[in-house]
Design a protein around this ligand. Sequence first.
Ligand code: MEV
Length: 318
Amino acid sequence: MPAISASAPGKIILFGEHAVVYNRPAIAVPVLQVAAKATVVADPLAPPHTVWIDAPVIGLSSALNDLDENHPLRYVISLVMQALGVSEFPSARIKLTSTIPIAAGLGSSSASSVALARAVSEFLGHPLLDDQVNQIAFEVEKIHHVHPSGIDNTVTTYARPVFFIRNRPVEQMEIGAPLTFVIGDTGQGSHTSVVVADVRRNWTLDPKKYDAIFDQIAGCTLQGRQVMKSGSLTELGQWMLLNHELLRKIDVSSTLLDSLVASAVSSGALGAKLSGGGRGGNMIALAPSIDHATEIASTLKNAGAVNTIVTTVPASKR
Ligand code: MEV
């Protein structure tokens, strides 16, 4: 039996992180330059039902059954088996690799779940539909942080721009003009679960203040959707900057994120903001054109970014 492989891309959030956990809308797009990839190969020489899993990026090499039942990778596999009504896994070796930086706000945990659910279900003979894969990845996100909105698993599963509101069907986006983003990595690892929990604590202490900010962030997201449709890049950049200011107000930015945003703007970016959980991880800058992206990327590196990725969201086909 040949090896079965599946992959899923990274993601950036253009508008609405954190507010989306509180039922406000958000916009995310896939980052196809980085991906998680799962490969499953039968191991007929191993004792029956022996599954070995290697995930070098997290230093994991273990028999599946030796992992805690709540280990995210084991949990993905048991949810797939449950969905397919399969009780025994044939002996196999599973390898999970990823080029998505971990704890960087680029969706590495969601992409790993999606790639693994796809490869395992295909290996078991019944590839799951995207909607089922998305649901499984969402269940697994709940292990990573208690109150995920579901946006990360959704954008990594469907690998297209999404306008997302928690518990609502995902909306397809219309993109009027290609959008080029430069992603700048602070190199400062930040766990979304910790930042989301902090925001929740603060929201509980002062719901009025936080809800008002989430409403303003929702305004940026709605305006962002509008200008993405019309293709007005200058306005899009302005809404991103406002969204960043609002994220600062809920204390999820950091000195380096703020200075990378300022540097991006000084080198000609139309707008910039942190992206994802914040307090570290990545920021994004909207380039006026693909040609200008290299200059913004080198400015970000000089200003302390440890890595940059240039990614373009194509205009919708008419
Ligand atoms: C993380 O990529 C986005 C957050 O809004 C968390 C979530 O939506 O679950 C910070």
